[in-house]
Design a protein around this ligand. Structure first.
Ligand SMILES: [Zn+2]
Length: 151
């Protein structure tokens, strides 16, 4: 595709100029200048041909008649839609709880019979801390006695 120097399609602002030309919104002096360029620039000529094809397609497009009852039918469907609570209740009602009951009974029996105990390691750690504190206090007492005996 050949572009001539100063081609309007080189920037967004000039592309806007081509779009306005295709829409027939340019004043006569701009239109004459642009048409001189279009006669020599294949790139801009193809751009305008494609843009004109879009305009012709839009002109030929028939959107069809407007359905006046659409809004009323849509609102009726929205209002007739069940709430999330109704949907949840219906879903839970259809669900079979029979397979879940034995598992729940076993779990309940486990918590009744085997009461969870705190891990024994925590007690050991707490006991170790107490022993360290006792040892440190004994060491301090021994040092104080040594200081007293030195004086
Ligand atoms: Zn051009």
């Amino acid at each position: 595709m050949t572009r001539r120097p100063g081609c309007p399609s080189e920037s967004d602002r000039h592309t806007q100029l081509l779009l306005e030309y295709c829409a027939g919104r340019l004043d006569e002096s701009q239109k004459v200048l642009l048409e001189e360029h279009l006669a020599n620039c294949l790139h801009c000529m193809e751009f305008c041909e494609k843009q004109n094809a879009v305009w012709k397609g839009l002109d030929a497009w028939d959107a069809g008649p407007v359905d006046t009852g659409f809004d009323a039918r849509l609102m009726a469907r929205i209002e007739a839609r069940p709430t999330w609570r109704t949907t949840l209740r219906r879903w839970l009602g259809e669900l079979s709880w029979k397979p879940v009951l034995p598992a729940a009974a076993v779990l309940a029996a486990y918590f009744v019979v085997v009461t969870p105990q705190p891990p024994p390691q925590q007690q050991l750690v707490a006991g170790a801390d107490v022993q360290e504190v006792e040892q440190t206090l004994q060491d301090l007492e021994m040092l104080q006695q040594l200081k007293l005996s030195v004086k």
